[in-house]
Design a protein around this ligand. Structure first.
Ligand code: FPP
Ligand code: MG
Length: 323
């Protein structure tokens, strides 16, 4: 967590303004959907995507008034997708607070996701930039493709690490990339810099999701704000599972937990200790580090020292966090 604090100080200040704007926009609306949206946003979050918009916005001419709608819109899309994701996962808690589906119900949760999704595009349209509408729409399509792919492969061992990488590229990396592209474009960066930021965001997003999947196995419930082992319970096969299955000779218990739709808490605990008895977690963390290395390689051409330091520190944070 501490790594995020090595951001340029004006970005830290401006992030507070983004936070105020996010909460303010939703708080100004009335009704159940606004209420559920506000509760979700108030539960917090790392706000990584808005951070990326602002940081990428420092490449050339930094202008918060232009960056603000992009930062807010990208976080609203992300929040909408999490609310929908919690319905699909049947999750009761997120960030230590009840999810919308738990505190209200699934119908309200789906409508709240749609509501935020609509609001995000309304805000984005203020920038009057067809390219942003195009890449944000593509990011939303990618989110849906990634999520659908995940649903199709629940409880299935008939998938490969490449399938997993395809899924996380869609469900996570794409939106990270778009956040970077918008920030860089709004700062008036050169074409090569914009492209570099797109690659940075994509690789950072890959590392982020891989590390997120590590935390589902080796994280701490209190710090994470949600129970661990949820992916295993839901039959979502993540990188540590692939690696553990490669290593163990008697993988029956782990295989059973992945394939079984009704695994008990005890079976999940056992599956976790099987994974932890192998080098799967370490190997997975190494893969995440490789993506961070790729992300950092892509931004070698960025000349602004402050921008670069910030982007490096986000890279460090992503693979050195506890939530
Ligand atoms: C969280 O990942 C989920 C996502 C990154 C994507 C969810 C996308 C959808 C539900 C598609 C619908 C999209 C829109 C815009 C309404 P995770 O499940 O790995 O993380 P978690 O453990 O925090 O739930
Ligand atoms: Mg989920």
């Amino acid at each position: 967590m501490s790594k995020v604090y090595s951001l340029p100080s004006h970005i830290k200040e401006d992030l507070k303004l983004v936070e105020e704007e996010l909460l303010g926009i939703v708080a100004s609306k009335k009704g159940k959907l606004a209420e559920a949206s506000l509760a979700t946003l108030k539960a917090g979050g790392k706000r990584l995507r808005p951070i990326l918009v602002l940081l990428a916005g420092t490449i050339n001419d930094y202008d918060l008034s232009k960056l603000m709608p992009a930062a807010v819109a990208v976080e609203l899309i992300h929040t909408a997708s999490l609310i929908h994701d919690d319905v699909l996962d049947g999750a009761d808690t997120r960030r230590g607070f009840p999810t919308v589906n738990a505190a209200w119900d699934e119908t309200i949760a789906i409508s709240t996701g749609d509501y935020l999704f609509g609001m995000a595009f309304e805000i984005l349209s203020k920038l009057n930039n067809p390219y942003f509408v195009k890449i944000m729409s593509e990011a939303v399509l990618a989110l849906s493709v990634g999520e659908l792919y995940q649903m199709k492969t629940y409880h299935s061992l008939n998938q490969t690490v490449d399938d997993y990488l395809f899924k996380i590229k869609n469900k996570t990396a794409f939106l990270f990339s778009v956040a970077c592209l918008m920030g860089a474009t709004l700062s008036g960066a050169k074409e090569t810099e914009i492209e570099a930021m797109g690659k940075y965001g994509e690789n950072l997003g890959m590392a982020f999701q891989i590390y997120d999947d590590v935390l589902d196995i080796s994280g701490d419930k209190e710090t994470l704000g949600k129970p661990i082992g949820i992916d295993l319970k839901d039959g979502i096969v993540t990188m540590p599972v692939f690696f553990a299955l490669e290593e163990i000779t008697t993988g029956e218990c782990l295989q059973k937990v992945v394939e079984n739709v009704n695994s008990t808490e005890e079976e999940i605990r056992e599956a976790i200790s099987i994974i932890e008895s192998t080098s799967a977690i370490e190997r997975t963390k190494d893969k995440a580090k490789k993506f961070i290395e790729r992300a950092l390689e892509s931004i070698e051409l960025i000349t602004d020292a402050g921008t670069k330091r910030g982007l490096y520190s986000i890279g460090e944070f992503v693979i050195d966090r506890y939530h």
